[in-house]
Design a binder for this molecule. Structure first.
Ligand code: HEC
Ligand code: HEC
Ligand code: HEC
Length: 256
């Protein structure tokens, strides 16, 4: 291990101990096992940053930028692209769409024995981290419950958001290690950061199902009608019919 990475590992551990951000205190309950480390070494060897290529001369058809740079970014974005889902051809577009209004941590951060409250968090505000206050809109006329463009549904613990923004000092140290550290330091970092991150995220039905228990629609300021529309979502219902990864269903199943 290089001297540099030892220094960074030390800094990393020291600041984790001192931090009282719920993301750090709850996520660090276990250390990675040998298998996770082995896997992480391979992943670090294969990791390469994606470059988004702007094809010259082709006008953007969709108006919405996938990653509005005015939105603050969280720790995940140190290493993952804005639209991080690639592997599952079947679900990746839907999962990537949800990253515009649902925090990565809502689907992936699942420490053992901990339950969160899920609330709107404004990623646009520079003085992070209050919950977004419910605004009075004419909900009958607005089909979407997203209160403002930079708001995402995020986990809260004892009233504080359980995530780290990229400009947090600990996130900066992580970024340094990821950039400057040696292979072993990076593998340990990857393994350690992912102990409480569930690989498979959440299932569509965790949120899109009648009487689901993950999200509290009232607390998210949804009207009954909006809540009902989300729970009764035909596309999510279609996804619930998949029994395994390779199964193929016909689009006409949507009409059932
Ligand atoms: C320091 C870099 C780093 C940070 C920060 C990071 N990841 Fe990763 N993550 C990786 C690498 C490397 C992999 C291996 C696969 C790849 O290259 O994408 C990975 C893989 C994953 C996987 C697939 C399962 C696994 O463990 O291999 C998930 C899910 C994931 N990350 C979610 C997240 C989320 C959510 C966050 C933020 C809370 C996050 N990651 C933060 C580097 C990072
Ligand atoms: C709506 C829930 C949801 C959100 C939000 C979400 N994920 Fe995922 N994520 C999933 C699911 C489900 C999978 C498993 C996909 C599969 O393989 O079927 C997954 C898989 C992954 C993987 C594995 C690699 C791949 O190509 O699928 C990574 C890495 C990942 N997510 C990172 C992130 C990051 C970073 C964010 C935030 C920018 C994020 N996710 C937001 C649900 C979510
Ligand atoms: C963590 C909760 C959560 C998970 C998991 C989730 N969704 Fe959603 N989804 C939402 C919320 C909240 C909205 C409402 C956004 C709005 O009001 O604009 C939504 C909206 C949608 C929409 C409507 C989008 C639009 O603009 O009309 C579709 C379609 C959808 N989800 C499909 C899926 C599918 C398919 C999956 C699984 C691959 C999935 N969702 C997983 C919470 C979730």
């Amino acid at each position: 291990m290089s001297r540099l990475s030892i220094v960074f590992l030390f800094l990393f551990s020291a600041s984790l101990a001192a931090e009282d951000n719920p993301y750090l205190s709850l996520g660090e309950v276990a250390s990675p096992d040998d298998n996770a480390l082995l896997e992480a070494r391979k992943q670090v060897d294969h990791y390469h940053e994606l470059e988004i290529i702007d094809a010259p001369g082709i006008q953007s058809f969709h108006k919405r930028n996938p990653d509005t740079e005015t939105d603050r970014q969280t720790l995940c974005r140190v290493c993952h692209p804005a639209l991080p889902h690639r592997e599952s051809l079947r679900s990746r577009s839907f999962l990537n769409m949800h990253t515009r209004y649902i925090a990565c941590e809502t689907c992936h951060f699942q420490p053992q024995g901990v339950s969160f409250e899920y609330r709107w968090l404004d990623y646009g505000a520079a003085d992070c981290c209050g919950m977004v206050v419910a605004e009075s809109t004419d909900k009958a006329a607005v089909p979407s419950l997203i209160p403002r463009p930079a708001a995402r549904i995020a986990p809260f613990f004892l009233g504080r958001p359980a995530l780290l923004f990229k400009d947090d000092p600990t996130a900066r140290e992580i970024r340094e290690t990821w950039k400057e550290g040696g292979r072993e330091a990076k593998a340990r970092l990857k393994a350690r950061l992912h102990v409480s991150l569930k690989q498979d995220g959440r299932r569509c039905a965790d949120c899109h199902r009648r009487k689901q228990t993950l999200l509290d629609w009232k607390a998210l300021n949804a009207s009954d009608r909006q809540a009902h529309a989300i729970e009764d979502n035909a596309i999510a219902r279609f996804f619930a019919r998949y029994k395994d990864k390779d199964q193929r269903l016909r689009m006409t199943e949507l009409l059932r």
